[in-house]
Design a protein around this ligand. Structure first.
Ligand SMILES: Nc1ncnc2c1ncn2[C@@H]1O[C@H](COP(=O)(O)OP(=O)(O)OP(=O)(O)O)[C@@H](O)[C@H]1O
Ligand SMILES: [Mg+2]
Length: 235
């Protein structure tokens, strides 16, 4: 991403942000409420039009692509508010991810069954998505994103609403993914314990602008970051 900006009627929600994400790593995107994290993901995935700048995946500029084309180019995502097909079964939800990028129904079904096992929901295949606990729904949504065979996975607050135990399940599930799936992960979350333990690097936004980037340790001690959080959340 180079010099990405997004304005809403004069409000610069994302202001000249550049970042790199590589296969094999987990990059954390943090910042106070309203600092532009979700907007940045929405622009990257084609849900919102950029005001300026570019997003390039493996040499292909996707900045003006519609969401389904961005998905085919290798960017998958989950949503801050869970967006599953509530009345469909778990396996149908995961299949929809694969079918959405042009996979045949047969292969999609096989891939979905494998992914459900991988996320620990193999026994729930035929249950309605809405019958799962919140934590399981979060992992189901990630399985659906993985069914698109992405190069990069963008997770918007996957730990929101999870208790400490469920967050630990999520942490141990996410940690090996970059290597096992050969993907890069960009994760947004306010749970600093999760972010500090999970991320290789952190990128910090405040009022849409980058105020720090580096290792979790360096970022935690950065005076501008401490100030942005008023010394609370990253302490
Ligand atoms: N569709 C929209 N129209 C107008 N303003 C918007 C729109 N979407 C977001 N904003 C504004 O852009 C700014 C950034 O919002 P955004 O949702 O990206 O923040 P965030 O970092 O994801 O916050 P949170 O941590 O609360 O999820 C906020 O001031 C928000 O009110
Ligand atoms: Mg958000």
């Amino acid at each position: 991403m180079r010099h990405l900006s997004k304005s809403f009627a004069g409000l610069k929600a994302v202001d000249d942000v550049s970042l790199d994400l590589s296969v094999g790593e987990i990059l954390g995107l943090i910042g106070p409420n309203g600092s532009g994290k979700t907007t940045l993901i929405n622009v990257m995935t084609g849900l919102l039009e950029k005001s300026d700048g570019s997003v390039v995946i493996d040499g292909t500029e996707v900045t003006t692509f519609a969401p389904h084309k961005v998905a085919r180019a290798g960017l998958a995502r989950t949503f801050q508010t869970i967006r599953l097909f509530k009345n469909l079964s778990c396996i149908e939800n995961v299949e929809s991810g694969a079918v959405g990028v042009g996979t045949s129904r047969r292969r999609a079904a096989r891939r979905a069954a494998e992914l459900l096992d991988e996320v620990g929901l193999g026994d729930c295949a035929s249950r309605a998505a809405s019958s799962l606990t919140f934590g399981d729904q979060r992992r189901l949504e990630i399985a659906r994103a993985l069914a698109t065979r992405p190069k990069f996975l963008l997770l918007d607050e996957p730990a929101a609403g999870l208790n400490e135990e469920e967050t630990d399940v999520l942490l141990s599930f996410l940690r090996p993914l970059p290597m096992s799936k050969a993907i890069g992960i960009l994760i947004v979350d306010h749970d600093m314990r999760l972010m500090m333990n999970l991320c290789d690097r952190l990128h910090v936004l405040n009022y849409g602008r980058t105020i720090a980037e580096g290792t979790p340790e360096a970022v935690r001690n950065d005076p501008q970051v401490v100030e942005a959080y008023l010394g609370s959340a990253v302490a």
